[in-house]
Design a protein. Structure first.
Length: 109
């Protein structure tokens, strides 16, 4: 976590310099502290879009999700799921079919 220049990264509401502190609270805090930190991280990293700080935080969140001593592992997994959903929004059947149709149209030219 220390190799990341968090102060140069952003999240949904600005500078990501407070992200490492929240990750530490998830890692070492009790259930209440961890839940509060995950709430902040959810607002900062899991809402609206994927930010550069989200990209840096995901491997750290994954490590927390598989660490037995983390009090709120299920909350970490939920945050990772939210990030995944925002990074890969669901597509309609039309959107799924459109790409092959466009490729087929280009091939016939």
């Amino acid at each position: 976590m220390s190799r990341v220049r968090w102060h140069e990264l952003t999240h949904a509401y600005g500078s990501a310099e407070e992200v490492p502190g929240r990750l530490s609270r998830v890692a070492w805090g009790d259930a209440r502290t961890s839940a509060s930190a995950l709430s902040d991280l959810g607002l900062w990293l899991g809402e609206l879009a994927v930010f550069d700080s989200t990209v840096e935080a995901v491997p750290l969140l994954w490590d927390l999700a598989v660490t037995d001593s983390v009090a709120n592992r299920s909350g970490v997994i939920e945050l990772l799921q939210t990030i995944l959903e925002h990074a890969n929004p669901p597509q309609t059947a039309f959107e799924i079919c459109r790409v092959p149709l466009l490729k087929g149209s280009l091939n016939s030219l």
